[in-house]
Each structure stands twice: as C-alpha cells, then as structure tokens.
Design a protein around this ligand. Structure first.
Ligand code: BGC
Length: 747
C-alpha cells in the first residue's frame, strides 16, 4: 500500500473521533473491489453505513514507528452504484495514553488515516480511489476515546462538516506493512449473573467472569439520558466496588442518548473487568438482560481441551484459558485493565508453551515476533516490553524477559514443526545470545545488569517484587539455555553453529565454576550491580533457592550424578516452606516438570493440589475466574496485595497448564520430530484428579489422552493420528511405540 495518501482532520481533534468520507460512483459493472486501510491510531471503515470486516480495534498494536499494519478487505459485495465510504479515526494505542509513565502522546500527536480502494471492472479495466484532500470530514458522536480511559459517545452532539481532509505527510515516517497477525474479533457474549447493591449503595452488575472486552447495552430512554459505567475486576473485603488497581486508567464509558433506541458498545477502547457499576443509569428499572459483556481477543483457533474429575483443577484450567483470551489481544500482554496492557516479554515467554497447547498461536506470535525483531537493539538486546514505545526507556534488559527471543521461536517450532519460524527468527535468537555474551563483566557469564529477577517470588519475604535468587545466577543460567536453543535451532536449519556449541560449553563450565561447589549452588554471591545510591540492585543474591535449583536441573547445568542431591535439596526447601513453593515468574513454569523428571510426581501433585498461599489453588478457592498477578493478590483477610501493582488477570502463573497437558494428561511433542510427528503419551494418573479427558489438535491431527480410575485400576484410552508415531509410557515403565489408531490399556 502506498504511504503517500495520509489524511487527517482540518482542525485538531484531540481525543474526539471524526469521520472521513467520500462517495464513490461506479461507472461500469464491477468484477471485484478491495479496500486497504490503515491508521496511525485506530480506524473503523464503513461502506453504505455497514461496517467493513469483523475485526475491531484495527489496525492493531505494533511498533508503529517500524511496522504499521494495513488491512485489506474484499468489499465487492458492499459496493453498489453510489457507495459512501466512511472511515472513523480515533487515538488508540498509537496516539492516546500508553504505559504507566506516559503523560501525553506516544507515537504521534494526532491520528490520521489512509485508504486505497481498488476497483476492477468486468470489462478488464481498473480504477483506484485513494484518500486525499477531496475527502470530507465530519464530527462523530464519539467525543472522547482512549484505550485506558474509556469512551464518551454523545448521540445528541450535532454532526457537523469540518471541511475537507488535510493531506498529512507527517505520517509517511510510519512504514506500512500488510497485516500479519490474527484479526482482533468479538467472541463470547456473557449475560450478567447478578445485579446487586453494594454496602456503599452502588448498583453493580456481575458478569461472573473476569475478562477483556466491553459491555454492550440496549437502551431505549429519552433524549439527553446519560449513562455512565465504571469497571472493576474484584470487590473489596467489604463487598464494595474496587478500582484502585487500575491505577491511572479511568476505564469509564459514557453514553448520551438521543432518544433513539440503540445498542451501544465502545469501538475504540476496551476494559478488563468482571463487575460494572452503573454510576448513572436514568432508566426507571435496570434490566440485566439489556447488558452483555463481549469478550474481545485475537481470533485464534482453539486447539487444546482438557477436563479432569477435579472441579478446582478444572477451574484453574478455565482461569488460564481466560487469562490467555484476555491477554492475547493482538499481542501478548501482561494484563488487560490497568495503565500497562503492554507486551511484557517475560510474561509472554513463560506462558508460551501453555498458550500453544490451548490455541493455535502461530500467526499471533509471528506478528509479535516481527515487532521483537524490529525492536531488537543494535547490540542484540531485547527490552522488557515490545513494542516498547514511550515505556521502552523505563524497562530493563532483563534475563528471562529478553529470552523470549530464543524461547518463543523454539517453542513454536516444537509445537508446529514449521522450520520457517526458526528461519525467520534465527538471527534474532543468535543476536540475543551475542548480547548475553557481551553483557556481563565475565566473558561466559552474565554478571551485573538490571534484571527483574524471579519476579514476585515468595522467598525474599512477604510483599516484595524481586525474589531472593541471585539475578546473576538467573541471567547466566538463561544465557546457557538460550545458547542451547540457538544450537538446537541451528541444527534443525542445517546452519553451522560450531561457535555457539563452544560458547554453550564455555558458559556451562564457567557457570559451574562460579555458581556451584560440589554439585550444589553456593549460598550467596557478591553484588555486581548498584543503583545511584550505591546499593546493590539485587539485595539477596542467594544460590540455594527453589528457583536456582529448578533452573540448574531443568536447563541441564548439572551433571547427571549431581541430580539426586540437587533434587533432595529442592524437596528440602519445599518441605522447609511448609510443603509449598516460593518460586516467582522464573521458577514457577518449570518446578513441576523438574519434580516429575526426578520421579517425584507425587510431590508435583501435592504442589498442584495445595490450597494455602502460595499455590495455584489459592486464587481458585478465593473465587478467581482468571489467573492473578500475585499468588495472593487478595489476601486471606480480603485485603489486597497492594494498590500499585495488583492485577487479577495476569496469565504468567497459568504456565502450570503445560504440566497438566504434558504430564498429567501426558501429551508432549518430541523436539526431534517437531509438530507432533512423533510424541510421547506418558500420562501420570492421580486419584485426586479422578480422570482426564484431553484432546489436542495438532498439525498432524487430533491426539487424545484419556484416563480414569475404576477402583484401583486405571484405564487409558489414546488416539494417535494417522501418519504419526507415539511412544506410550505408562507408570511402572510399560513402553510401546504405536502408529495411528486408538489404543486401550489398563493397569
Ligand atoms: C508487569 C509484569 C512484568 C513486570 C516486569 C509489571 O508491571 O505487569 O507482568 O513482567 O512489570 O517485571
């Protein structure tokens, strides 16, 4: 699409929308028509009053200064003799507020749109209509919109002609690229489960599910009626509406009726919520049936389904899936409600294996990885947030966050078997490892730097952000892991990775020399990084923590002979913490896998079934419908972890589901025959789960793993797609390799 046809409003619009319009007359019978549109900001296109395409919040969220997507729609059926094309613009992510530090504008100081209508006539001739100074501009009822702050739509506001559009060369600096990712579309429509009045006397609708999207309402009142809605994820301990955790994001929806019965919904903002407060609702009676909560997310195909015989585990799984829906809105975000909703790289990395079980995330990640590549710094660094925008300067280059560069392409390759994913990202992967190589004070270790550490771990005391595990140890362990992934990816691609193989071995050896002694991590490490006041950035720097042991075991930084003692130490630390985990974002995804690999699935299940804080079921037993940011976002006494950082829709800890799919149900890809051409079926039945029914749609077909208890006997039923090979591995050591078919076993 040509980048020369940008237009903007003839007067400053601020956060109000305007409509760019042109009537196109078809001169001859039409064969086909395609409309390409983009905006710096958001656009909604209509032809003859009808919305073009199903996607919302278009053109999505990218590193706009490097990649601004345009979308192309087949509009053949929408065109007739005289077709009126209208494109509404709005600030969106590119022009509105973005990030907790952003006071004002982000990528550009005003929104603008560009469009190209390609008409092919039946007689073989063609015509192109583009946005230019002949388009007219009108005001819109959308008087205000902002991703964080919400939307004001006033249907009584007069629609006036502002003049002709102004050609806008200021937007030519945004490189236009065709849309790569999935469309953002509307999904579930939930009815309220209750309408109640809080102790403060406020009327609140409960949709029963924390989610991302918006509320649609049918309203038939009189002209001038003003409806105001506020949103919340949770109620406080008194049962009142609680919005403090949204921080500066106002999440406020206002409608003014013109007396025409209408169905309202926002078009240029979205909210993360379960509860809706009716701040102003002039109708005599509130009819819950007039309200629907619409879930909005990237249009990914569901691939994995899992049901167990345990209601709490089913709820945990449900919460994880809703965490993914809520946060896979065009890019993997940390949370969908407060003044962040950003592409935090660490969160994306820890959750991506679970994500690829639940949904087909190829296209979704292809698009985001294009942004990661575009924003990789000259020196190979990958920031904490991608797209980084104005918050880039406030984020860190942190181990386990930047490692999204290696982990995600590799996980996608394993899940889908598509070498192209590795091919496209191989440079990204190598350059990240090169960065790790150059980042530390010591050649083969990443010492120093400013990391997020084992974020939100419980071993540094209550209510602190950074866990006790040495960030040098975490960074160097991930350096090894990423070098390992580069070697593996290079082998798949047939690349010469001799240098990375040598690097990997050097890192491993040096890691063991520096961080370990007699096969165990050392207790404590010297400070290597200091803040402006000269204080260590990493206050605890411990080596004998659950997360440190998990990383050493999971990444293979130990020798085989050292494993038993390391596992015993891990078990001792778990028992020493009253049988619970202390791990944060970094250690949690692997801890159950490490226990299973060590033959301690019994303990893994104990952690899975644990209900005291910290545990996965703590939030479940406290009414969660999505994953919480902290293990104990809401404490036993109903008070909150903090007001400053407390999301109830953060998927990171939902990474436990890759253990439920991969170990409890037992379906795991074989990375040497990726895409499930070969895989293992190694279920681990447990009486407390009762049964599992798990189905996974892979590129090779549907895999099923079901097991159930009848008395003391476990019955297994597996489906293996034709053309694939599965290694069945049952408890007690029974092994058999099978091809396509259905299989039954009993033990
Ligand atoms: C986000 C996280 C993120 C973190 C960096 C937070 O504000 O919500 O999920 O990974 O910052 O440590």
């Amino acid at each position: 699409m040509n980048n020369k046809n940008w237009i903007t409003a003839p007067v400053p619009m601020g956060s109000a929308s305007c409509v760019f319009a042109k009537t196109v007359s078809l001169k001859k019978p039409l064969e086909s028509a395609a409309l390409s549109v983009s905006a710096i900001g958001l656009f909604e296109a209509r032809i003859g009053g009808k919305k073009v395409g199903k996607a919302v919040l278009t053109p999505g969220y990218t590193a706009y200064d490097k990649r601004l997507q345009y979308m192309t729609f087949d509009v053949t059926d929408m065109m007739s003799g005289e077709a009126r094309i209208e494109i509404t613009g709005a600030p969106g992510w590119a022009v509105g507020k973005l990030g907790w530090k952003a006071a004002g504008k982000t990528y550009h100081d005003h929104y603008a749109v560009t469009a190209e209508l390609s008409l092919c006539y039946a007689d073989g001739t063609a015509e192109t209509v583009v946005t230019d100074g002949t388009w007219e501009v009108f005001t819109s009822p959308v008087l205000f919109s902002d991703i964080y702050d919400g939307e004001t739509v006033d249907y009584t506001a007069p629609i006036t002609r502002l003049g002709n559009a102004t050609p806008d060369a200021t937007c030519e600096k945004f490189p236009l690229v065709p849309q790569l990712g999935e469309d953002i579309t509307e999904h579930e429509r939930l009815a309220p489960v209750s309408l109640f009045t809080t102790p403060k006397g406020e009327r609140v609708l409960d949709f029963g599910q924390n989610m991302t999207g918006y509320v649609e309402l049918t309203y038939c009142g009189k002209a001038g009626d003003r409806i105001e809605l506020s949103f919340a994820e949770v109620l406080d301990r008194e049962g009142n509406f609680y919005t403090e955790n949204y921080r500066s994001a106002k999440n406020k929806i206002i409608y003014v009726s013109d007396g025409t019965p209408r169905v309202f919904k926002p078009r240029f903002s979205f909210q993360g919520f379960r509860y809706v407060r009716l701040d102003s609702y002039p109708a005599e009676a509130v009819e819950p049936r007039d309200f629907r909560a619409i879930a909005v997310h990237s249009d990914m195909a569901r691939t994995g389904r899992l049901v167990t015989g345990n209601a709490k585990i089913n709820q945990l799984y449900h919460n994880t899936v809703w965490g993914q829906k809520s946060n896979y809105l065009d890019l993997p975000t940390d949370c969908p409600q407060r003044d962040e909703r950003l592409g935090w790289t660490g969160d994306a990395q820890v959750f991506c294996r679970t994500a690829a079980y639940n949904y087909d995330v190829r296209k979704f990640f292809e698009k985001w990885l294009a942004d990661v590549r575009a924003e990789q710094r000259e020196d190979g660094a990958v920031l904490g947030v991608v797209p980084s925008g104005v918050v880039g300067a406030y984020t860190r280059v942190s181990a386990a966050w930047g490692d999204c560069a290696t982990v995600i392409p590799w996980e996608l390759y394993c899940a889908y078997g598509d070498k192209q994913i590795l091919c496209e990202n191989f440079n990204l992967m190598k350059r990240w490892v090169d960065y790790q190589h150059s980042a530390g004070a010591e050649e083969y270790l990443w010492l120093g730097g400013y990391h997020y550490g084992d974020w939100l771990a419980m071993d540094a005391g209550p209510d602190v952000y950074m866990g006790a595990t040495s960030t040098d140890l975490i960074a160097s362990a991930f350096f090894y892991h990423s070098a390992d992934l580069v070697v593996k990816a290079g082998e798949v691609l047939g690349e010469d990775v001799a240098d990375y193989r040598t690097l990997r071995e050097n890192v491993r050896r040096t890691f063991r020399d520096y961080f370990m002694e007699n096969g165990m991590p050392k207790e404590q490490f010297p400070a290597t990084s200091f803040n402006d006041k000269g204080e260590p950035r990493d206050p605890f720097r411990r080596g004998v923590t659950q997360t440190a042991l998990v990383l050493i075991l999971h990444f293979g930084l130990c020798d085989e002979t050292e494993r038993p003692a390391l596992v015993s130490k891990l078990v001792e630390l778990i028992e020493g913490f009253d049988g619970r985990m202390t791990t944060g974002f970094v250690g949690t995804p692997y801890i159950l896998h490490v226990l299973t690999a060590a033959g301690r699935t019994d303990l893994a299940y104990r952690l899975l079934f644990e209900e005291r804080n910290p545990s996965w079921l703590y939030s479940v037993t406290h009414g969660a419908t999505t994953m919480w940011e902290h293990w104990n976002s809401q404490k036993e006494d109903g008070s909150f972890w903090s007001t400053s950082m407390n999301s109830f829709n953060h998927y990171a800890y939902g990474s436990v589901c890759d253990w439920i799919y991969g170990v409890a149900a037992g379906i795991t890809f074989d990375e040497r025959a990726a895409g499930y051409r070969k895989f293992t079926l190694a279920p681990h039945p447990d009486k407390r789960l009762g049964h599992i029914n798990c189905a996974l749609d892979t590129v090779c077909g549907r895999i099923e793993s079901n097991w159930y208890y009848k008395g003391e006997t476990v019955y297994y039923e597996f489906t293996v797609p034709q053309g694939t090979e599965a290694t069945v591995l049952l408890p007690g050591g029974y092994t058999e390799t099978v091809g396509g078919g259905t299989y039954h076993f009993a033990q």
